[in-house]
Design a protein. Structure first.
Length: 424
């Protein structure tokens, strides 16, 4: 098979690394890719917002399957345009991608089909949102309705924080994503990430992970796109997985089909595990980043066969197997992230740091300059390791982090702390 992978981040590097290992792969292309992805795929500077250009590329290269990594092209309808051109694509339609593209859409779906989630209200202006917040009180969660690169959510512990978050949304801090705001109940518990492959009718559960969204140690500071992750997540017991499939994933898949927008692709449920059971925080319609990195490290089966089964409506015929080892990813970011940061700083010693067999360094925001690797984004590297336990995987990952020569970078030093504390 000739496969086109769309995207340029750490998630896509992990997907490219795993797809490249498939015995049924003939050629792997990536658009636009990054220097890390270029080690296992042929990268092309293709404008993925130009769907007609993507279709022409697929026709020229005789692409058998397109795998869409990030959410923005899916929300923009790239899967619809590829399907119309007769090109198989792994990823949901524009209508189904509303599960991530509109937080209000997802909350309404939960309300309609009885899926457990926090209570909520939707607002299109600040005064009404603030009036509701005054009555409800804090803590409370404020979300920009649309895509905001993981930065449109505020967990407000005071009314002042909540009001400021509302103002940020309606004053344009998140662009069009903040034109509507969802105000929802603050849920107490432990967060977890749960992933399924879906073919419109069948959901194949993958494995669990837990990420660290806050920028600082101890889960302090503003939320980011993710500063690290590990898999499996101990909070997701077999019982909790069964309840999640029955109470959340199953009704979602049935509800989407009932509404005429069957879901195909990756369904990523952000969960809060509360004393009464799992509740849905949000849906994403693609693999998480950096959760994808730890999932791909643990996946024993052929990823290409799995995504082909999802695209062909044949998931009921297959299963996914996982390594017993734990995997942990530490994100190295440019100093200043998630605020302003400098680009262009030189990163050295990557080959030596990633030399051990159980360590992979996935590129997220890098570029080539004068034959060397430089930082070209906020989140730059995903240093990922396998170990018999989360603690062992953590130790290996941080050994690799410490071997990387990049003074302008930083990372959290406590990735995996919840799981490790459980084992003490």
């Amino acid at each position: 098979m000739n496969v086109l992978l769309i995207g340029s981040g750490g998630r896509e590097h992990a997907l490219a690394w795993k797809l490249a290992a498939s015995p049924i792969l003939e050629a792997l292309y990536c658009a636009p890719g990054n220097p890390g992805i270029a080690e296992c795929a042929m990268c092309f500077d293709l404008d993925v917002d130009d769907h007609a250009a993507v279709v022409r590329f697929c026709q020229d290269k005789e692409i058998s399957l397109v795998v869409v990594g990030p959410e923005a092209p899916l929300v923009a309808g790239i899967a619809d345009d590829l399907t119309e051109a007769g090109i198989p694509v792994f990823g949901p339609s524009r209508a189904a991608a509303q599960l991530e593209g509109s937080k209000g859409f997802t909350k309404d779906l939960c309300d309609r089909y009885g899926i457990p989630t926090g209570s909520y209200m939707r607002f299109n202006n600040a005064p009404k949102a603030k009036a509701y917040i005054r009555v409800t009180g804090a803590p409370i969660v404020i979300k920009a309705d649309g895509l905001a690169a993981g930065k449109g959510v505020t967990v407000a512990h005071t009314l002042e924080e909540a009001f400021a978050a509302v103002d940020d949304c309606f004053e344009g801090a998140f662009g069009e994503a903040g034109a509507e705001v969802v105000v929802e109940e603050f849920l107490e518990g432990e967060e977890a990430s749960f992933f399924c492959l879906c073919d419109g009718k069948t959901a194949l559960p993958l494995t669990t992970a837990q990420d660290h969204k806050a920028v600082g140690d101890g889960d302090t500071g503003p939320n980011t796109g993710g500063m690290g992750a590990y898999s499996p997540a101990p909070v997701m017991t077999e019982t909790m997985i069964e309840r999640t499939m029955k109470e959340i994933i199953g009704p979602t898949l049935a509800g989407m089909a009932d509404m005429g927008m069957p879901f195909t692709g990756v369904l990523y449920a952000g969960l809060m595990i509360t004393p009464t059971g799992p509740q849905l925080i949000e849906y994403n319609v693609r693999f998480g980043d950096p959760e994808c990195q730890v999932l791909m490290m643990r996946l024993k089966d052929d990823l290409l066969l799995l995504v082909k089964a999802a695209t062909d409506g044949m998931l009921w015929t297959t299963s996914a197997r996982w390594r017993d080892e734990a995997a942990l990813c530490v994100v190295m970011a440019s100093k200043g992230y998630p605020g302003a940061y400098q680009k262009g700083s030189v990163i050295e010693n990557l080959a030596e740091a990633g030399a051990p067999d159980d360590v992979e360094i996935f590129h997220a925001g890098t570029a080539l300059k004068d034959g060397g690797i430089v930082a070209d984004g906020g989140r730059v590297l995903g240093v990922t390791a396998l170990g018999r336990t989360v603690a062992e995987a953590r130790d290996k990952a941080y050994q690799a982090v410490d071997a990387i020569d990049w003074p302008e970078g930083f990372c959290r030093r406590d990735i995996g702390w919840r799981a490790i504390d459980r084992d003490k």
